[in-house]
Ligand binder design. Structure first.
Ligand SMILES: [Mg+2]
Length: 272
């Protein structure tokens, strides 16, 4: 109460600086386009199942995928769900915050089997023990999310979730909070950034565009910064801005776009 306004840095708008992003179009055979899904390509919706990919966005993704070395959708959702939503076979799908990859129809789980088994059993525990008003359990085998976007009283719902989680054995589990959700991921050094690094190395990528809107995208922002620092690679980190964007994301981004609509315009330019 009564605190001064916190000054949040707004990165320059990417659409006003397209000449600086030109290397992404000039060297397409070395370029990887990494895109978060919810809040970046698609509007965030109350029920995660109701998400819709705009048909224009899908068209631009298809064009990108035909021209660029790799196009990667990278999200907290399960990779199989991403494939179903986006439905472009030539795209690489990194799911569960970097714990699994579907590429050319083949799935790779990057977690050791013991850790994966631990997360599967946690899913069963959550199903039987978390019961709060207006929440939605998203059990994704390797990681899990508890959404309270639809709760009549989100503050109360969050409190209830945290209280009930407190009763569960969360050894080996990392709890983080995102936009109106609580995430449970394995305590294991894999994240969106590590998956990005793996694909960059495997595919010889030297130009990176990464666009995202939430806290887990920070892991990828940091990896891009490290890769840029370490060598001849160029990276462009785009924050997709919403009224509730994490300040840290805006701080680390090279450029921003205003919401999903401007992100679509950036994809149109990049794919043309
Ligand atoms: Mg997002």
């Amino acid at each position: 109460m009564g605190g001064g306004l916190v000054k949040v840095r707004i990165p320059p708008n990417a659409l006003d600086n397209l000449e600086h992003l030109q290397p992404l179009k000039d060297e397409r055979d070395e370029t990887g386009i990494f895109l978060d899904l919810d809040g970046t390509l698609c509007q965030i919706v109350d029920a995660p199942d109701a998400v819709e990919m705009p048909s224009l966005t899908r068209r631009y993704l298809e064009a990108l995928s035909a021209k660029h070395k790799i196009v990667v959708i990278i999200s907290g959702r399960a990779a199989s769900t991403l494939l179903r939503i986006v439905n472009i076979p030539s795209i690489i799908y990194v799911g569960n915050h970097g714990l699994e990859i579907i590429e050319g129809g083949k799935r790779r789980i990057l977690l050791p089997e013991g850790v994966a088994a631990r997360m599967r059993s946690l899913g069963e525990t959550l199903r039987s023990s978390i019961d709060c008003e207006g929440i939605l359990l998203e059990l994704k085998e390797l990681s899990h999310a508890i959404h309270y976007r639809r709760a009549a009283n989100p503050v109360k719902a969050r409190e209830c979730i945290l209280r009930e989680l407190d009763e569960i054995d969360l050894a080996g589990v990392r709890m983080t909070e995102g936009k109106l959700l609580v995430q449970l991921r394995p305590e294991y050094p894999l994240d969106k950034g590590k998956a990005l690094e793996l694909l960059v190395k495997e595919r010889g990528i030297r130009r990176i565009l990464y666009a995202g809107d939430d806290t887990t995208d920070l892991d990828a922002f940091r990896s891009v910064a490290e890769l840029v620092k370490g060598g001849s690679l160029r990276g462009y980190r785009i924050a997709v801005r919403h009224p509730d964007s994490p300040a840290r994301l805006l701080q680390l981004a090279d450029y921003s776009v205003e919401g999903v609509e401007e992100m679509q315009q950036l994809l149109e330019w990049t794919s043309s």
